[in-house]
Write a protein that binds this ligand. Structure first.
Ligand SMILES: Cc1cc2nc3c(=O)[nH]c(=O)nc-3n(C[C@H](O)[C@H](O)[C@H](O)COP(=O)(O)OP(=O)(O)OC[C@H]3O[C@@H](n4cnc5c(N)ncnc54)[C@H](O)[C@@H]3O)c2cc1C
Length: 416
């Protein structure tokens, strides 16, 4: 269910939001737009949560989200905010590390496997089914590990054998049994085609990075946001918790112990994001979006993003590459990955390394999350004016969060 958990009472025209990360800001924005008086309490001294652009001497480094992948609601939002999007360069290659070299993922061996198995019947879609279980008969175990896991890892930082099928494919996951993989693929294509055409699609950022989006939301909500807010949590009137699940469990512990216990079951994955500024381009990643790296491949990273190729910036001399890893990366380990990718790189060509480590970076979209969200919906349904939102609730990406927040602001009672 791609819906915010719980309800608010639309007859009470004030809403209190706890947390000014992207979920709190975007929900605050849409509720304000619907005529609610909004107050947003943020415990830290800044807004944006896991979106933060750092200005280093060498250039901009995104500490969290690099881009907004547009849908119609996302595009409408940036228009309303009067932001000028910078679209990702077109025709960039998406590469995968194959036998130690960045290559195009659509290899002959993969195609022939799909062609052989496409008329096979996939496993029954049950609550316990993982993405790996579903695709294994189509792709084979090696291709699930070498292709599918790194591709999904680029979004969820979690391998396919942990990802919950119904959560990753919410629209098609409703169907219990597909006649064949071909009918599953046809359904996916039909769904894609049914999406409204929008004038600008793909990933975008902004001059000044993703911080510009946050700052603009902050400007619109400047009278509503209270930073460094350390008062005890209370449920007085319409209240929406927009923190990560760990903090949500913490703040609801006394007042709503059942909700808190369920929230505490949700697991998170750590992520390091290290941006390396270089005086020259890495040849292997020329004109590429980046490269995804299967686990146990000798690399510490699971993906490398080629920032300059995606969003060319003012600084023409400096290239920047972000190394994403599911563990805490040291500069030494980033350099080891860099040397593996490009053994001829010289120390003096490295301008700067900017690293951030999020110990609870992303919720793991596994069976536990699916079951917990189901339970949280059941528990919160009994509440009149308490709701819960964040990237673990209705989709991990910013665009899913925009759609969920917009829909909720217009139909806060619609629980169909
Ligand atoms: C490295 C990385 C790269 C990513 N890349 C992308 C990308 O390119 N595109 C994309 O769409 N998504 C991306 N994401 C995901 C996206 O950034 C997140 O899903 C999103 O920013 C999470 O927002 P949130 O509001 O749910 O949580 P958070 O950002 O965690 O915000 C929660 C806020 O609540 C506050 N808070 C906590 N406890 C309390 C309390 N008791 N009282 C008041 N406030 C409290 C926190 O201080 C914080 O400000 C990425 C994530 C990471 C980590």
């Amino acid at each position: 269910m791609n819906r915010i958990i719980g309800k608010i009472n639309p007859d009470q025209r004030h809403v209190t939001i706890w947390g000014a990360g992207f979920s709190g800001l975007v929900l605050g924005y849409f509720l304000k737009d619907q005529g609610y008086a909004v107050t947003i309490y943020e415990k830290s001294n800044r807004i944006g949560g896991k979106i933060q652009t750092k200005r280093t001497g060498a250039g901009l480094a995104e500490r969290g989200a690099h881009a907004l992948y547009l849908n119609q609601d996302g595009l409408e939002l940036i228009k309303e905010l009067k932001l000028e999007p910078i679209p990702a360069a077109k025709k960039l290659r998406h590469l995968l590390m194959i036998n130690g070299k960045p290559k195009r993922p659509l290899q002959f061996s993969l195609f022939s496997k799909i062609a052989t198995n496409v008329y096979k019947k996939p496993p029954l879609v049950s609550d316990g089914l993982t993405v790996a279980d579903f695709f294994r008969p189509l792709l084979g175990s090696a291709n699930v590990h070498n292709y599918l896991s790194p591709i999904l890892g680029g979004i969820y930082a979690t391998p396919a054998d942990q990802l919950h099928f119904k959560s990753i494919f919410p629209q098609v996951g409703q169907k219990a049994q597909f006649d064949s993989y071909w009918s599953f693929l046809k359904m996916l294509m039909k769904l894609k085609k049914s999406q409204p055409k929008i004038e600008l699609s793909g990933s975008v950022t902004f001059e000044g990075g993703m911080q510009t989006l946050i700052n603009r939301l902050g400007e619109v909500l400047k009278h509503e946001i209270k930073l460094n807010y350390k008062e005890e949590f209370r449920i007085k009137g319409n209240t929406i918790v927009c923190t990560d699940a760990v903090n949500a469990a913490q703040i609801l512990k006394e007042l709503r112990p059942e909700l808190s216990r369920e929230l505490a079951r949700i697991q998170y994955r750590a992520v390091s994001s290290s941006t390396v500024f270089l005086k020259r381009e890495l040849k292997g990643l020329n004109k590429a979006f980046g490269v995804l790296i299967p686990l146990e491949n000798g690399y510490h990273s699971i993906g490398i993003i080629n920032n300059k190729a995606i969003f060319p910036t003012n600084n023409q001399e400096i290239q920047s590459y972000t190394f994403i890893s599911p563990k805490q990366l040291t500069d030494e380990e980033v350099l080891q990955d860099l040397m593996l990718l490009s053994p001829d790189i010289k120390g003096e060509e490295i301008e700067h390394i900017e690293t951030v480590y999020w110990d609870k970076a992303l919720p793991i979209y596994d069976l536990q999350l699916f079951l917990s969200i189901k339970k949280l919906h059941q528990l919160a349904y009994k509440e009149d004016n308490l709701a819960i939102f964040g990237n673990y609730v209705a989709g991990i990406s910013l665009r899913d969060m925009i759609t969920a927040a917009k829909t909720f602001s217009r139909h806060p009672l619609d629980y169909t």
